[in-house]
Ligand binder design. Structure first.
Ligand code: PLP
Length: 433
């Protein structure tokens, strides 16, 4: 049996290049992180060889005594990491990622074409919460369910709860989803709960982006108010790529969430669990209970605030004016440029971040902002000082983008041509002859 370098030098070389890219750049994508060597070891282990359809003690394959032990350990650690009482909450650790986890919840508690409400994609929501254009139902969530988005108040950059309440009263959704991919503030869970109760809807939180911050109690706790909480495991939580679904054990709106959700995961939508991922997740969830992890999450938030502070000093407009979590959303439209151009220029300078739509954008193709996240570089030991320097680097990139846009638009050359074409410049005659 050969190691990768011997068995497949071509793939080894690609991995080496990607590793170098990751370590030589400033990684500011809000949904990315660097997981630990211990997690990597579990993910790259023999656990990947095993089939184990079903749940611990109820498998469709033999040889699962250790896999059962692992999954039970992972479940226990998941509940402990989020400070949950095992009598009140359960968890399924098998979802393959965040989008499948969300679709599994919908499959569990909704009938096809039931109504749901999530934050609009261009306002920071996620595709898996539903998205359609006037021409096309884009997200599978909008193909199989009727989705009506709620939005931000464009003047404040905060969720427009009043409008959500009015729309929910008319639309009467069966499920309301909190959570976002690009929202720098906490959700008002008590308000969302009230709205859900008033219309008889389930309330779900997709905490994918902020699950590490929730585990460390540095943001508001969604478990106090929601019936179901989903998450990815590879963002601020710093685990392997995967997903989890937490559910209340007592029936909600007459539905036994435990059996409905477990059945939706398997046999509903998935087959064999990825046991190597569950192994890595168990490692991550143990670490998530340590004082070191809490200190890390506090630093993620402080770093993000330092970044926001410096950007505001430099004159930038931030959606909602700042940040309570791990990301800032910069509105570049006042500078006459867009996020796509800035993303490209910064990419050339080894600074990796996302173009992102901002409230009020006319086109989704040319989004007016950028999203900047602090989790990954905080893992690499960056503090407020380095994040202040990052703001200065980004500023430099933005200035270059503004100049490059001026040049690329041809306006500088047009000015120049006007001069060479003037009557007192003889070139004009020569050219027309
Ligand atoms: N939910 C939210 C809020 C997300 O931001 C994301 C991904 O960015 C997902 C779900 C989907 O996760 P995955 O890419 O693992 O399917």
């Amino acid at each position: 049996d050969h190691g990768l370098s011997e068995a497949d030098p071509e793939v080894r070389a690609i991995i080496n290049k990607e590793k170098e890219r990751q370590f030589k750049s400033l990684e500011l994508i809000a949904s990315e992180n660097f997981t630990s060597r211990a997690v990597m070891e579990a993910v790259g282990s023999c656990l990947t060889n095993k089939y184990s359809e079903g749940l611990p003690g109820k498998r469709y394959y033999g040889g699962n005594e250790y896999i059962d032990e692992l999954e039970i350990l992972c479940q226990k650690r998941a509940l402990a990491a989020f400070h949950l009482d095992e009598n009140k909450w359960g968890v399924n650790v098998q979802p393959l990622s965040g989008s499948p986890a969300n679709f599994e919840v919908y499959t569990a508690i909704l009938n096809p074409h039931d109504r749901i409400m999530g934050l609009d994609l261009p306002h920071g929501g996620h595709l898996s919460h539903g998205f359609m254009t006037p021409k096309r139902r884009v997200s599978g969530t909008s193909i199989y369910f009727e989705s009506m988005p709620y939005r931000l108040d464009e003047s404040t950059g905060l969720v427009d709860y009043d409008m959500l309440e009015k729309t929910a009263t008319l639309f009467r959704p069966k499920l309301i989803i909190c959570g976002a991919s690009a929202y720098p503030r906490d959700f008002d869970y008590p308000r969302m709960r009230k709205i859900a109760d008033a219309v008889g809807a389930f309330l779900m939180m997709d905490m994918a982006h902020i699950s590490g911050l929730v585990a460390a109690s540095v943001v508001a706790d969604p478990f106090e108010y929601c019936d179901i909480v989903t998450t990815t495991t590879h963002k601020s939580l710093r685990g392997p790529r995967g997903g989890m679904i937490f559910f209340k054990k007592d029936p909600v709106l007459g539905v036994d969430l435990e059996s409905a959700i477990n059945n939706a995961v398997f046999p509903g939508l998935q087959g064999g669990p990825h046991n190597h991922t569950i192994g890595g997740l168990a490692v991550c969830l143990q670490h998530a209970q340590s004082p070191e992890f809490k200190a890390y999450q506090n630093q993620v938030v402080s770093n993000c605030r330092a970044l926001a502070r410096r950007l505001v000093e430099l004159g930038y407009t931030l959606v909602s004016g700042g940040s309570d979590n791990h990301l800032v959303l910069v509105d570049l439209r006042p500078l006459g440029i867009d996020g796509a151009r800035v993303e490209k220029i910064l990419d050339m300078a080894s600074i990796t971040l996302n173009k992102n739509s901002v409230p009020g954008d006319k086109s989704a193709l040319v989004p007016g902002g950028i999203r900047i996240g602090s989790p990954a570089m905080t893992t690499r030991g960056f503090t407020e000082k380095e994040f202040t320097a990052i703001a200065d680097f980004i500023h430099e990139g933005v200035q270059i983008t503004i100049e490059a846009k001026g040049l690329a638009s041809g306006s500088k050359v047009q000015e120049f041509l006007k001069f060479v074409s003037s009557p007192d410049f003889p070139l004009t005659d020569k050219v027309s002859n």
